[in-house]
Design a protein around this ligand. Structure first.
Ligand code: NAP
Length: 466
């Protein structure tokens, strides 16, 4: 048969995962001139947008406006969306191979990295990723429990996720009440007795992973003040030398913001956020009931690796911070998909520039691709996924031109839809999602909130009259 990509014989692409990487890839595929592409996008949740809905903090609504661009993609008549269809359960890889010329995985990074220290599984110790998914109303995490009756919490890591967690813990009920935070989280946070939140960085202020707007925002909270220890925000000799060799304005500004925090007067607000540097957790200490009561830290110093990066090295000085809650925010991690080669060490699909590789030969697997965090790991902002998806799509189009693609026995939209109806009669189309979206927005309107989210699949299906 002739190469797909014409009106009579469109190129059929399945995308697994309806987050930013999936949408950017769909957009680029559908924009190709002279090539007729049909995209079917699958997500295991009824709702689209991946981390834009379930990861971006509720008090960062502006960032979520990127969904307008995704809605435009979804409005293309050659795009179909199948929510609440679980790859590996409702649809197998063999099913996809029978219906599509190319398959793109954009499933993100669904779990967290561990600290690998004693006590990590005590009650009160949680992955930040679960807290984030919980406050954002992700159906799989709505039943998580976080004991916000504790007065002191530690967040391990100083990336933007750690900052999000610390900020949400420190926001006042009034600040949260105007966001789209899940109702149950709003309720729990309203009753929160948290007074002190520690953000714990293992290296120094110049190496902190958070970005400047995010750390600045922590200094502007309505009812929480921020502080740092003067000796910990002073630059060490190695960091100073590195900055003198290659002055980086953003890093200099970051250090200046943090040094400003160390000079602030004692807090008069209800909550205090304490940013610490050059400390690593070595153990979570628990009581007889198995509940975290403290985090034991070792003081670090920096050393230069042969490659020139500054890394932490433990000293023999220890301290213990009494805390009843610990959130580890030391990075997300991808989860393997059934039948798809995976790099366990990196937590990503085994791939080169988005082409999935066979583990034994390291050669591309025909017709399979990856984009976003499941391709490159959990780095960068939402927009980073645009060039990332473009790289993958370029490979897909090159392969198409070379005649390297799958040869499905049933390459039509109708055949795919018939199979999906059979496997998951409750699938949620884009039109269904738009109805859910309207309902969420109208529930929020009288409360002055952007939306009140549905947080369980049953609720969503009931709202659609199923
Ligand atoms: P991240 O930026 O990679 O930060 C991870 C943090 O964990 C780093 O401070 C890292 O320290 C630390 N860490 C790693 N292993 C550790 C260990 N064993 N002990 C102590 N600390 C450890 O990751 P992220 O915060 O999960 O964010 C993921 C991506 O999403 C980032 O690109 C982030 O910028 C982005 N994001 C952006 C926003 C926003 O734009 N507002 C919001 C959320 C997330 P080292 O540097 O020493 O390794």
């Amino acid at each position: 048969m002739a190469q797909p990509g014409t009106d009579g014989h469109p190129l059929r692409v399945a995308i697994i995962g309806a987050g930013p990487a999936g949408y950017y890839a769909a957009d680029q595929l559908l924009r190709q001139s002279g090539l007729v592409v049909e995209v079917d996008m699958f997500d295991r949740l009824p709702t689209p947008y991946g981390l834009v809905r379930a990861g971006v903090a509720p008090d960062h609504q502006k960032i979520k406006s990127v969904t307008a661009a995704f809605d435009k993609v979804a409005a293309n008549p050659r795009f179909r969306s199948y929510g609440y269809v679980d790859f590996g359960k409702d649809l197998t890889l063999a099913d996809l191979r029978a219906h599509y010329h190319q398959i793109l995985y954009s499933t993100g990074a669904q779990t967290d990295r561990r600290m690998d220290i004693p006590g990590e599984d005590l009650r009160g110790s949680h992955p930040a990723t679960e807290f984030v998914a919980w406050y954002n109303g992700h159906p799989d995490y709505r039943d998580c429990r976080f004991d916000l009756q504790e007065e002191r919490a530690a967040v391990v890591g100083v990336g933007n996720v750690a900052v999000d967690v610390a900020r949400i813990l420190c926001r006042s009920a009034e600040e949260l009440a105007t966001t789209d935070i899940s109702d149950y989280a709003l309720d729990a946070l309203r009753r929160s007795r948290i007074k002190e939140v520690y953000l714990l960085g293992r290296r120094g202020p110049a190496q902190a992973a958070f970005t400047n707007p995010e750390i600045k925002e922590l200094g502007e909270l309505a009812d929480a003040d921020i502080t740092a220890l003067p000796e910990e925000v002073e630059l060490d000799a190695l960091s100073r030398a590195a900055l003198e060799r290659s002055p980086d304005r953003a890093t200099l500004k970051k250090v200046e913001i943090l040094q400003g925090y160390a000079l602030r007067n004692a807090s008069v607000k209800s909550r205090t956020l304490i940013v610490r540097f050059l400390v690593s957790p070595v153990e979570l200490v628990g009581n007889a009931a198995g509940q975290v009561t403290a985090i034991r830290l070792v003081k670090n110093e920096l050393y230069a690796t042969p490659a020139g990066t500054l890394q932490p090295r433990a000293t023999n000085r220890f301290e213990e911070l009494p805390v009843g809650l610990v959130f580890r925010s030391v990075g997300y991690r991808g989860v393997p998909l059934p039948g798809v080669p995976f790099n366990e060490k990196w937590g990503v699909i085994l791939n080169e520039k988005g082409r999935v590789l066979a583990p034994d030969t390291q050669q591309p697997v025909v017709g399979e691709y990856a984009a976003g965090w499941i391709k490159r790991g959990p780095t960068g902002v939402i927009g980073t996924n645009k060039p990332d998806a473009a790289e993958t799509v370029t490979g897909m189009l090159e392969d198409l031109t070379r005649g390297v693609y799958l040869h499905p026995s049933q390459p039509t939209a109708d055949a795919a839809e018939a199979l999906i109806r059979l496997r998951q009669p409750d699938y949620v189309s884009y039109a269904d999602w738009l109805r859910l979206n309207e309902l969420e927005i109208s529930r929020g309107r009288p409360l002055g909130r952007p939306r009140v989210k549905f947080t369980s699949v049953e609720e969503m299906l009931a709202a659609l009259g199923r």
